[in-house]
Design a protein around this ligand. Structure first.
Ligand code: ZN
Length: 107
């Protein structure tokens, strides 16, 4: 991710990030314009889900975007077939997207 320098509007590079919470991070950024050279801190916050995670963290509660067809999504998750998959990057926290934390869906 790159952010625009508030002074010269060139793109800056994030040099380091401090994770404050699962949804909030502080970034330390250097402007890419050598004639500017501004270094600054910016805070980013995840504030909405546009597409749901396949491995949702039970502790993260973001509002869902209004375009999501919750009824259809819930129906597809509840009645769809399952294809076996072994996660490569992140083990799932729950097997059922809409199940309460710690409760697995049908196997
Ligand atoms: Zn700049």
């Amino acid at each position: 991710m790159r952010l625009r320098c508030p002074h010269c509007q060139h793109l800056g590079s994030i040099r380091t990030t401090k994770v404050m919470t699962p949804t909030v991070s502080q970034h330390y950024i250097q402007c890419g314009n050598f004639e500017c050279g501004h270094t600054w801190r910016a805070t980013t916050e995840a504030d909405m889900t546009i597409s749901p995670s396949a491995t949702p963290a039970p502790s993260v509660h973001l509002p869902l975007a209004s375009h999501m067809r919750r009824d259809v999504l819930a129906q597809q998750i509840r009645s769809g077939n399952t294809a076996e998959h072994t996660p490569l990057m992140t083990p799932p926290e729950t097997r059922d997207l809409f199940a309460p934390a710690g409760v697995d869906g049908p196997s």
